[in-house]
Design a protein around this ligand. Sequence first.
Ligand code: PGA
Length: 282
Amino acid sequence: MILAQALRNIFRFPSTRGHRALTPDPLERTPMRRPFIAGNWKMNLGCQDAVRLAQQIREVLGSLPDRDVAVCPTFVSLGAVAQVLEGSPIQVGGQDCARFDDGAYTGEVSATILRSTGARLVILGHSERRHVMGETDEVVRAKMGKAREHGLRPILCVGETLEEREAGRTLEVVERQVRKGLEGFGAPDLAETTVAYEPVWAIGTGKVATPEQAQEVHAAIRGWLKELGGAVGEDMRIQYGGSVKPSNVNGLMAMRDIDGALVGGASLKADDFAELVGFDLS
Ligand code: PGA
C-alpha cells in the first residue's frame, strides 16, 4: 500500500517520555502517563467503511512502542472493527454505554454487551451526549459506574460551553463535571480512567484552544485528580479534545499536563490520524 509506505517513511517515533525520563526534570510526566490518542468516529461510517478505515489505520501505524492508540466506532461496527484490530496494539472502544444492566431498555447498549464486541474502552459524558441528548452529570456518573463494574476503561469527557467560558465559569463547570463523574471512585477505578478536556466551543468548529488555554484547565483537573486519588491522580491521563489536527498536535502535546488527544474529524482519515499519532515531542 503506497499510502502506508509513504507514512512509514516520514514517521519517526521520536524521543519518548520514557527516554526523556532518564534526564531528571521536575516537569516530566510520570512514566504511567504514556501518550494516549483516541479517535472518536462519532456517527460516521457504515460497517464496510469502518472496517476499511480500521484496516488502513492498522496497516499505516504498525507497532506503537511508546504510545497508546484507540478507535471508537459506532456500536454497529464495533464487533467488525474489533476483529480487524485483534492482535494489533490499537484498542477499541464504544462512544457511550447504558446506565443500566442488560434488560428491557430498547435501543440501549449495556457495558456488558459493549465488552462482548471486544471493546475495552468507552467514551462517556461527551459534550454531544450532554448537550444534544441532554445527559446530566448524574446520568454520566451512573454510566461511569456501569463501565467500571463491567471492566471497561472510561474516558470521561468534560468541558465548558462558549457562554460559560465568556462568563468566567470554565473552572467551576469543569470541576463539577470531574467531581461528579468520578464520585465514589476509589484509586483502582481512577487508575483505569482517562479524563478528556474538550471545550465545547472547540469541538468540530476548527477553533482549537491554544496550548496555554488547554494547559490551564488541564493543570486544574490534575489538581482535582490528585485530591481525589493522591498519587493515582498524578498518574491519570488527561487528553485534550477539540479540533486536534496534525498541524496543532505537537504544540498541545508539549504541555505538561496534556497526555494525549481525543480526536473527532481528523480521526476519520487514516493518514491524518496516523500523522497525529506520530506527533513529535522532540
Ligand atoms: P473534533 O471532535 O476533533 O472533530 O473537534 C473532538 C471530539 O468531539 O471528541
